[in-house]
Unconditional design. Structure first.
Length: 235
């Protein structure tokens, strides 16, 4: 998988994107996680190149080159971008795959419930954002009525609780997912607990692989080795 990989920079729906690999009839939509960016798709693109599959990646709102005033990384804005990407992809590639990491996996679940992909790969997916936000609210002693009245409340660590964000997530549950899905999960993940993930896996018949001593973010040499092995087997 060594050597330079082809990449074409473009804009889709007004935001920056990259298409990786040589022209093909197949493509992975790559949806990155929080504090990441479209360039991180290179690892997937190298594995996908071995199967003659291209990759398209893009910056989520308030990430990378997609930082605009009054354009936060909310579920609403994420859904809008993911819909624009899929509309673009449907015009160019007949066979479509999906890769989502962390929050990107959740945005994918939220947006693409009625869509079909040949295969979906989720790394450290957030599968119940409403539960995660409720946990953040409890940690800072904020209830729903207070959040609704104040609109936004700092939650520490650079995070902000938003009523609009929380209300949207609560009103748009993930109720359907039919595409074959493979998940890699670190047993030390602190954002999605194992019981919540197991419930999702059972409900939607996913294939789960775990990384012992893995974390939500796969960043150590061992974790990256596990990730690359998982990609080799499942791309």
């Amino acid at each position: 998988m060594s050597g330079e990989i082809e990449r074409t920079r473009l804009r889709v729906g007004g935001f920056p994107a990259i298409v990786w690999g040589r022209e093909s009839g197949s493509v992975y939509i790559y949806v990155h996680g929080r504090s990441a960016g479209k360039e991180e798709a290179e690892t997937l693109a190298r594995h996908a190149r071995e199967k003659a599959i291209q990759v398209i990646s893009f910056d989520l709102p308030d990430h990378g080159e997609n930082v605009r005033e009054d354009y936060p990384c909310s579920a609403q804005n994420g859904v809008e971008e993911l819909r624009a990407i899929l509309d673009f992809v449907k015009r160019r590639w007949p066979r479509r795959y999906l890769y989502g990491s962390s929050l990107g996996a959740y945005f994918s679940l939220l947006t693409y419930q009625g869509e079909w992909f040949e295969r979906c790969l989720f790394l450290s997916p957030i599968v119940d954002l409403e539960k995660l936000i409720r946990g953040m609210m409890a940690a800072v002693g904020v209830d729903e009525s207070t959040l609704r009245e104040r609109g936004e409340i700092p939650a520490g660590g650079g995070e902000t609780l938003s009523w609009d964000y929380y209300h949207y997530v609560r009103e748009h549950p993930v109720v359907k997912w039919a595409s074959p899905t493979y998940i890699l999960y670190g047993t030390g993940d602190t954002l999605t607990d194992r019981a919540t993930l197991d419930g999702f896996v059972a409900r939607f018949r996913c294939v789960l692989e775990t990384c012992s001593q893995g974390e939500h973010y796969f960043h150590t040499a061992r974790q990256r080795d596990v990730l690359n092995g998982w990609l080799r087997r499942n791309v």
